[in-house]
Ligand binder design. Structure first.
Ligand SMILES: [Zn+2]
Length: 235
């Protein structure tokens, strides 16, 4: 039996301004121990590591969250990497992605990827919490703090998804960073790995859990500018 990539709600729902979820962190953890997402009101970036779920806020804070809070969008897997490549050195984001594209990733399936080590450079950005009436996400990201870190050890957790999942999730590579001291992190824009390893597992089963809300049922989840909107919000 194929193992499952599990997600609640959709990227296009976030683009449509649906920033309140109805799925708890506890429920999410029943479906995986590895993943990324966001929080209600778009209050920061999520990293799932084991049974710990971290919130990386726009103020630069990192904390563990209570399992009773809900998420408007998150994706998880039970991670048991089948491909491990150690002793990577001096690899920037572009070179890393090209290497995976050519040698390791299943480009038409779902790839869960963990990159661990020492980074000479990490650039992150983190969405700030929003209040109703919610502005569109393409506006929100214009005001998000960007952070640059140097010589920091940590882990990048994320996925490479096929282009045909555009809107359902984020196509291409999408990583969230968390430092080893659990004090820094965010949505990854760029990095240079000085030394470390990556681990990868391919998933060929996909479960989409949709929110129960009337708002979700009424939202336009396939607007004409969807691809451009995702590029702006997630690059
Ligand atoms: Zn992200």
């Amino acid at each position: 039996m194929n193992k499952t990539f599990y997600q609640t709600s959709m990227m296009s729902a976030l683009i449509a301004g649906l920033y309140q979820g109805d799925f708890t962190i506890g429920q999410l953890l029943e479906h995986g121990d590895f993943g990324i997402g966001t929080f209600n009101d778009l209050d920061g970036e999520m990293v799932v590591i084991g049974d710990e779920v971290y919130q990386l806020t726009s103020k630069g804070e990192v904390h563990l969250v209570d399992h009773s809070i809900t998420t408007p969008f998150a994706s998880v897997v039970k991670f048991e990497p089948t491909i491990v490549k150690e002793e990577l050195t001096d690899l920037n984001r572009k070179a890393f992605e090209a290497m995976l594209d050519q040698q390791y990733a299943a480009n038409n399936a779902i790839n869960a990827i963990r990159l661990t080590g020492e980074f000479s450079y990490v650039k992150t950005r983190t969405v700030p919490a929003q209040q109703r009436p919610y502005p569109p996400m393409v506006e929100v990201v214009k005001h998000q703090p960007i952070r640059e870190m140097e010589h920091i050890s940590g882990v990048m957790i994320g996925f490479k998804l096929p282009d045909y999942m555009t809107g359902i999730n984020v196509p291409g590579y999408h990583f969230h960073f968390l430092s080893d001291d659990r004090k820094h992190g965010g949505h990854v824009s760029d990095f240079i790995l000085s030394q470390g390893k990556f681990e990868l597992e391919v998933f060929k089963d996909f479960h989409l859990r949709m929110p129960a809300s009337h708002e979700f049922d009424q939202a336009d989840l396939h607007p004409d500018d969807l691809k451009a909107a995702i590029h702006v919000t997630e690059s």
